[in-house]
Structures are given as C-alpha cells and as structure tokens.
Design a protein around this ligand. Structure first.
Ligand code: NSS
Length: 432
C-alpha cells in the first residue's frame, strides 16, 4: 500500500496512474449496483473514490456500499482524471478499509440553527467550519509574525482577577475561596504594568463578558489580542493597529484564498486593506450619521446600528477618535485640545461589521485617574497596585484590544460571530 497522502496534496499535483492512499471520512456515497461512488474528506479537501465490485476483496466492496456518512476509512487506488468528480479526479479503489463505523449522522443538509449548535462537536467537521478555523489560524499567525518583527514581547497575564477593567455590568463573578474575584474582561491593566520592564508587550487570552444581549457580534468568551506600548501616544498606537490588521489580512490572503472563496468572500475585497485607514472624529461621525437621518447627539454611544450605517460602504477599516469622556473607560487620557473628549480610537471593520478594536492613550496623571475612579464609584482597594504604576516612573503609553472573532467574522463574511469560534459561548449557550 502506498503511503497515505493528504487529498489537498494529491489534487495540487495530480499524478494520474499513480497509486494513492487516503485516510479520511465518508462525506457522501451513492451506489448503483456494482459501483459505489464515495466522496471522502480529510482536513485538506474532498475526493471521489469509485469502488467497483471485483476490483477489491468482496468484504471491502460491501463495506464501501454500507459505509455511513462520517465513518472513517482508508482507501487505496490509482488516480484518474474525471471531469465530473469534485476537483476533477477520482481514485479507483483497490482497497477500502472501514476504520470506525458511524451511527446515522444527526446533521443532514437542511437543519435548524439550534440543532447545528447542539451538535457543534460534529458540525465543526463541515467544510465551512474547517475553512473558518483555518482562516482564524492565519489571522493569529499573521499577527504574531508582525508583532515579533516589531519587537513586541508576548506575555501571559492572569485570567482570575479582582479588577473590573471594563466596568461592572458585564463581569462574571466567582467565589475565590473566601473572597470575590472575576473572570478577566481585559488584560490591559496587567499589560500596563509589564511595559515598565518590557516596553512593548502583547497577550492573547480569553476575555469574558457577561453580555446579556443576544447579538450577532457578542460572545461571552472571546479571544482577545491586547497590546500596550510605552513612550507612544494615541496617534502612534493607531499606526500600530492599522499595520497589524493589514498584516493579519495579508497572511490570510497568502494562505487561505480557497477557504475565503468557499465562504463567499472575494479575496479581492481584502486586497484593498492597506494603511493608512481613514480617521474620523466622533463629533464628525455623529454629524454624518445625523445627516443620514439617525437620531443622535454628542454623547450618544455608537452601537451596532450606527456602526453599520457608518461603514456600510467602506472597503477598509475606519478609525473613530475622540469619543466623549463620559461614554469611555476611566483609564483613557483626556485630550488637552478638546477636554470633553479622550485620546482614543475605535477601529470599525468595513461593510458594517462593526468595532474590531478599542484603544487609547492611557491617563498618566494620578489625580485625574483617582478623580475618574471616584466619579464612577469604583471601589479603590483593588486598584492601588494600578495607581502605583503612576507613582513609580510613569511614562506616556497607549494600547488596545482586538477581538479575534470580530476580525474573523469580517474577513470570512460571517453572519454571526459564533461561527468564528468552534465552541461558542453566548448568553443562550454553554454546551457542548
Ligand atoms: O471593551 S473593549 O472595547 N476594550 C478593552 O477591553 C480594552 N481594555 C482593551 C485594551 O485596551 N487592552 O474590547 C476590545 C475589543 C473590542 O473592540 C471587540 O473587538 C472585542 O474586544 N470585544 C468582543 N468580542 C466578542 N464578544 C464580546 N462580547 C466582545 N467585547 C469586546
């Protein structure tokens, strides 16, 4: 028996007449008397296997004929061209070994969302899900490569914390022995501490938000890429953001065009993503949206509806800067040129996909920071360590958080963010 090869490899440089062995799962079968047409899938693609009675031991022909969808098989045979077969080639089987049988597969062609989500552990075998996961891997690879090339050091902040970085409303509380603790919403405060020894840092961690609302862009557990850099203002940080996002998209374009097409995303759309991204002040964004007929005023937050309206016709992400202080987090630096606003930027994905990054320059003035914490009635005990960072050699610094699934949703044109993660956690679901 020839050594097993991946289907993608075989189809990429087909050697007609050569014997091939494929290890995979039955994708579908169809039989007409003495011939079984089985399509076999592995992690790289699908290929047709034609199993003809008499060309292989009788029990193997019978196994092929009876093989249920998603049973695992090892197939051997010579490769032939066949224009009608998916990929244009087929294997004429001289061996068909059933490795693991299968019960009737609960997922068939037309299924409700709920059934698919209940069977997520099986649904992740689908070609669409596999494509999304591959794109996500490339998004992460592109990010890490860019970060390494630009001297950012990966660090490992805690997940159990006593700080509510993004406010109390979306905290998952838990009992930590005889105290209370939370699942981390953001590594930011720890990254701020780490810049004093490492200058430029980033982390990739799960973040948790007890989001009660059911939306197409909120998970309760998501992968958060966060970055913090010393000696940099908000403008410098925005350049890091646009270069990083471009590098992530470029990696996807380099590795995953086929997957993008399978998902209905034309790779050409993504080729337009290049810095500099457009920069719009919050006040201008409000004006533009009012001109579109939305009922907004200075101080209104930009939610899904507004973000969609604002970027529906964009091809490249857009920054919205200088939000009013009152609707942003306590740690953002007041803009001395417009003190009702803070030096911050949200990066909005194009085509209405919404916010993918939230970032800012950090407040370094101890008194202002204390004032903000008090105004928000945040209990100070848990923040003393954070305030120390302003007491011992404070420096101007900036950072941001990027939601990996938000990026994947945009890049893959997914209707719902839950398809950007294999086992989604939402208000409605923590199973499987
Ligand atoms: O709340 S953020 O806007 N900002 C922070 O957490 C900062 N402390 C990050 C930092 O500066 N280090 O969240 C950042 C990003 C946001 O732009 C989204 O892309 C993503 O995190 N995000 C989410 N993704 C999926 N689901 C939910 N619920 C979610 N919330 C935020």
């Amino acid at each position: 028996m020839s050594p097993p090869r991946k289907i993608g490899r075989i189809l990429a440089s087909p050697a007609v007449g050569q014997e091939e062995t494929v290890q995979g799962w039955v994708y579908r079968t169809r039989s007409s008397g003495a011939i079984v047409y089985a399509v076999v899938r592995d992690s790289t693609g699908i290929i047709q296997v034609t199993v003809k009675k008499g060309n292989l031991p009788e029990e193997e022909f019978e196994a092929a004929k009876a093989a249920p969808v998603e049973s695992s098989v090892i197939v051997t045979g010579k490769l032939f061209e066949d224009k009608r077969a998916p990929g244009g080639f087929e294997i004429k089987a001289s061996g068909f070994k059933l490795v693991g049988g299968a019960m009737p597969f609960p997922i068939t062609e037309y299924q409700s969302e709920e059934l698919l989500l209940d069977n997520r552990h099986l649904w992740i075998r689908s070609r669409e899900q596999a494509a999304v996961m591959k794109v996500k891997a490339s998004v992460l690879e592109g990010a890490r490569a860019w970060l390494k090339a630009n001297d950012f050091i990966e660090v490992t902040p805690p997940i159990l914390t006593q700080n509510a970085c993004e406010g109390g409303v979306t905290l998952f509380k838990l009992k930590y022995f005889d105290r209370e603790a939370y699942l981390s919403q953001s590594a930011q405060m720890y990254l701020e501490a780490l810049i004093f020894s490492l200058d430029r840092v980033y982390s990739l961690t799960p973040s948790f938000r007890a989001e009660k609302s059911r939306t197409t862009r909120h998970l309760t557990e998501y992968w958060h890429l966060e970055l913090e850099e010393a000696w940099t203002d908000n403008a410098g940080n925005m350049e890091v953001q646009e270069n990083l996002v471009t590098a992530m998209v470029e990696q996807v374009l380099q590795d995953r065009q086929e997957e993008l097409r399978l998902l209905g995303r034309d790779p050409a759309d993504l080729r337009e993503v290049r810095p500099p991204f457009k920069r719009v002040r919050y006040s201008q964004a409000i004006e533009a949206l009012r001109a579109q007929g939305l009922d907004l005023s200075f101080g209104s937050d930009l939610g899904a509806v507004e973000e969609r309206a604002f970027t529906a016709n964009e091809k490249v992400p857009v920054f919205v800067t200088n939000f009013p202080k009152e609707i942003k987090a306590f740690y953002m630096k007041e803009d001395p040129e417009e003190p009702s606003t803070v030096k911050c930027a949200d990066m909005l994905a194009p085509e209405g996909y919404g916010e993918i990054i939230g970032g800012s320059e950090r407040e370094t003035d101890l008194d202002k920071l204390v004032e903000r914490l008090q105004a928000l009635e945040i209990p100070m005990e848990a923040y003393q360590w954070y305030l120390d960072l302003r007491r011992f050699g404070s420096v101007p610094h900036s950072g941001f958080g990027l939601g990996i699934e938000r990026v994947v949703r945009w890049v893959c044109r997914l209707e719902h963010i839950r398809d950007a993660v294999p086992f989604p956690r939402t208000v409605a679901r923590c199973y499987p």
